[in-house]
Design a protein around this ligand. Structure first.
Ligand code: FMN
Length: 280
């Protein structure tokens, strides 16, 4: 395994040369949005800031075409594209420019080994006793409307896949796909130093969204994953995380398998007037 510290707090962990080289462009590339990485490179100024104003269409297309993908093609992602995505995302704002993010990029045999360890941990009958998340993502006590939305996405997903209520074996197997990175060739892990406070977690969300948006600009898709958090010790061991770093979440990155049923899932959003008040 080769761990290369890089710029922007990025470590690339890989075990094969195949991931690091530019692959032949896959068909999904044709669907890439207009803002190609090559154009970006030409137009980015010294501070990494684009001197032009992108059109609302381009920005909205990147934002609105993002969705959580749960089946990827094995097509490798060029290391140059991963770096370009992270470079673009590093323009995300953060309080007093603290840039609290640290990224671990896992590909090749390292990804396979980590995936095997995660699946084994997830299948461990002692799982709930042994593996617990370090921070609570969700509330102790669920209330409406959040619990309703949470249930809806769960049942929509399982319903689409023909998994009936009570079919715990198939639910378990579907959830296990998280630990196989849904077949993606790239796993991203995000950590934060424990000394950082809640504000930096806010910054982190912006960074993560920027990654997912920049990925769209290159015809790539993502799935952000909190499912990794109970297994932070397994991940820390494989990534060689220092004790002062805490796992925030992970993310699968790759080219969507557009033929996969699971990727036909479309999620609902409340209309703007439902969550917004204009005060004149
Ligand atoms: C921080 C975060 C963690 C998530 N964790 C998971 C996860 O572990 N597994 C998964 O399948 N989806 C996960 N999701 C995806 C959400 O289910 C998804 O964003 C939501 O249902 C809306 O759907 P969309 O992303 O397709 O628009 C996560 C999303 C976020 C923002």
């Amino acid at each position: 395994m080769d761990v290369t510290p890089g710029q922007y707090g990025v470590c690339v962990i890989t075990d094969t040369g195949s991931q690091a080289r530019s692959p032949a462009r896959p068909p999904a590339r044709k669907r890439a949005l207009a803002l190609e990485s090559s154009q970006t490179a030409k137009t980015v100024g010294p501070a990494g800031i684009l001197p032009m104003t992108p059109s609302p269409n381009q920005v909205d297309a990147a934002l609105m075409s993002r969705r959580s993908i749960r089946a990827f093609l094995p097509t490798p992602v060029a290391r140059a594209d991963i770096e370009a995505i992270l470079e673009a995302a590093s323009r995300a704002p953060s309080g007093t420019n603290t840039q609290p993010w640290k990224v671990y990029v896992v590909t090749g045999k390292s990804l396979v080994r980590l995936s095997q360890a995660l699946v084994a941990a997830y299948n461990d009958p002692q799982r709930d006793a042994l593996y617990q998340e370090e921070y609570r993502y969700y509330p102790h006590q669920w209330v409406s409307p959040y619990i309703d939305r949470r249930r809806k996405i769960g049942w929509d997903l399982y319903g689409l896949l023909g998994i009936e209520k009570g079919d715990k074996a198939r639910m378990h197997e579907q959830h296990a796909q998280n630990y196989r990175f849904f077949g993606a060739p790239v796993g991203l892990f995000f950590t934060i130093e424990r000394v950082m406070e809640r504000g930096s977690w806010l910054d982190y969300g912006m960074f993560l969204q920027a990654i997912m948006t920049a990925a769209r600009g290159r015809g790539l898709d993502t799935c952000p994953q909190a499912a990794f958090t109970p297994f932070h010790r397994v991940i820390a061991e494989h990534l060689g995380l220092p004790a002062e770093e805490q796992l925030v979440c992970g993310m699968s990155l790759g080219f969507a398998d557009e033929s996969a049923l699971v990727n036909t899932l479309r999620t609902h959003r409340e209309p703007v007037e439902q969550f917004t008040r204009f005060l004149d």
